[in-house]
Design a protein around this ligand. Sequence first.
Ligand code: BT5
Length: 323
Amino acid sequence: MTTRDELLIHLEEAAGNWVSSKSLGDILGVSRSTVLGHISRLKKDSYPIEYIPHKGYALRETSDLLVPRRIREGLETKAFGKKEILYFTEIDSTNLKAKGLAASGAPEGTIVISERQTKGRGRKTRGWFSPPRDGIYLSLILRPNIAPRSAPSMTLLTAVAIAETLLAVPGLEIAIKWPNDILARGRKLAGILTEMSTIGERIDYAVVGLGLNVNTSRFPDEIEDRATSILIETGQRVRRVTLAKEYLKWHEEYYDVFQRIGFEPIRKRWKELTNMMGQQVTVETIGREYTGKVQDIDDGGALILRDETGGYHRVIFGDVTLR
Ligand code: BT5
């Protein structure tokens, strides 16, 4: 963790109380001028830090930062977010960080969260636009006891958890698109990146990364007509902390169902939350393209298509275009 991130967490943990630059320097083991340098950069990046002479610095309590204290406050989960929450003001990619942690033994339920990503990742070599403090960029470490063939089910389970979270936001109309999108009026509101590591026939760990556009008001030209945010859809700013906590709760709930009963209840809910059933689609997958009607998803989360000759295709990875 950088000194800047530590400083911010200390200010946050002071819960609105004033902290002097000297005591911040003492806690962090750096000089007072280093503290002042970091504070001035944080303020330049619009972090809501206030200053009163002779008292010191405080972070405005209404600030909607995704710091561990705020996430933990009233969090209704058993494991997710109850262990370690790693927080960054800036990172290359939360998924990359979480994979490193998982490889060195971090337990299920560990979370990596950042206010901004400089190399936010999509599937294959794509990127994820991650502007500071507008969205939720969160990766969760899981250790599901499943075979690699069932890997897509983890993404579908996550999609259901996000959809349940978003159903509570007034004025938002959402649909799940296989495998990893949440759409609002046909535009991408959230994306999921699931990455796995296997040992033999079992999964060692899965990292499930969520990118959700919350208060983003503008997107880069290349994606402007394909992307959207809660703010754009509803005209309302929503507190990211509240959404992040709700998401963790839903995700854990469905993950428990998955562990106890299996994928079937999730599959059923997924089919209610998608608008793809029976639709004519084209799926571009590695080196091949399939066109057909969406018939079902199977018990591992794969998409089942029926083409015009009556043949069935099971697709486990790909990009779908609705016809
Ligand atoms: C995804 O890939 O949708 C997975 C996105 C996962 C992002 C999270 S953020 C936390 C965690 N850490 C990471 O580094 N990643 C995860 P894919 O289906 O390949 O879609 C990527 C495509 O979506 C891009 O090529 C753009 O066209 C578009 N895109 C990029 N940024 C977007 C955004 N913020 N909102 C909507 N669409 C976006």
